[in-house]
Ligand binder design. Structure first.
Ligand code: SAM
Length: 250
């Protein structure tokens, strides 16, 4: 297996592929003011195995197109939606988020938890705006500094991993500069990282290495994730995922 295949393998059979929680999804949903008497059209981009997709579909009156690049995750979401009898409400789509087949003004809501970074926050805001109706909403979570300054070690780590990391006020400015009005912002709690994402991942490390025959590459994937977890534990006061909820202007 390649390193990418191993990364997918590590993240399979998990509730979420990134920090977040049902409460965070519900909290972000609470900022929306959408008609309840209409069948809404929703896209969930970078949905992974669909932890948040299921929460969305249960709490909105509408149909969700759940997009991801990797069929392994979409298969899991399809299985979940079959078990829950939600197949008429969730359609999965294997596509890259920078090459979507959507029409102009197609959606009432575009959702994306922990995934827009794959094409860059500002690029994603610009690209996806076209697919939203006027007064439709964009709800995205994005890695964000939660203090104005921070130690050099963590600054350097994130600048290498994702140079677009920034404080919320600059992210909000980007939303405003690109035709959106912010309607809500909060950042994820440490539990959303540790209890919902890192601890379940750590619990999978051993079986992951075993099923991949103790390969050096599998061990490297685990070591990389351990290093990321150590960084988080050391510097969790300085960054989180910010959840940005914004409405499209005319
Ligand atoms: C950090 S995970 C978040 C998954 C899920 N939203 C969650 O919060 O559990 C990022 C997701 O983006 C997907 N992804 C990565 N690059 C992508 C691309 N170019 N187009 C669509 N999805 C992509 C990954 O497969 C993964 O499921």
């Amino acid at each position: 297996m390649t390193e990418l295949e191993l990364i997918i393998d590590l993240h399979k059979n998990s509730e979420r592929q990134g920090p977040g929680s049902e409460n965070d999804t519900l909290k972000a949903l609470g900022f929306l003011n959408l008609p309840t008497d209409q069948n809404l059209k929703v896209a969930d981009i970078g949905c992974g195995s669909g932890g948040q997709t299921i929460t969305l579909v249960k709490n909105l009156n509408g149909q969700i197109t759940a997009v991801d690049l990797f069929p392994e995750f979409l298969n899991e979401l399809n299985e979940k939606s079959q078990k829950l009898g939600l197949t008429d409400k969730i359609v999965t789509l294997e596509k890259s988020m920078d090459d979507l087949p959507f029409k102009k003004d197609e959606f009432d809501l575009i959702w994306s938890e922990g995934a827009i970074y794959n094409i860059g926050f500002e690029n994603g805001l610009k690209k996806w705006r076209d697919y939203l109706k006027v007064d439709g909403y964009l709800a995205v979570s994005e890695i964000t500094w939660i203090t104005q300054s921070r130690p050099e070690e963590i600054e350097k780590f994130w600048k290498e991993e994702y140079p677009e990391i920034d404080i919320a006020s600059n992210k909000i400015k980007q939303l405003e500069n690109n035709g959106y009005t912010l309607v809500g912002y909060f950042y994820l709690s440490q539990d959303s990282w540790i209890e919902n994402y890192y601890k379940p991942m750590e619990a999978r490390f051993e079986t992951f290495i075993n099923r991949n025959n103790n390969s050096g590459l599998a061990k490297k994937v685990v070591d990389d994730n351990k290093a990321e977890i150590d960084m988080y534990q050391k510097f969790k006061k300085y960054y989180s995922y910010g959840f940005y909820i914004a409405r499209k202007n005319e």
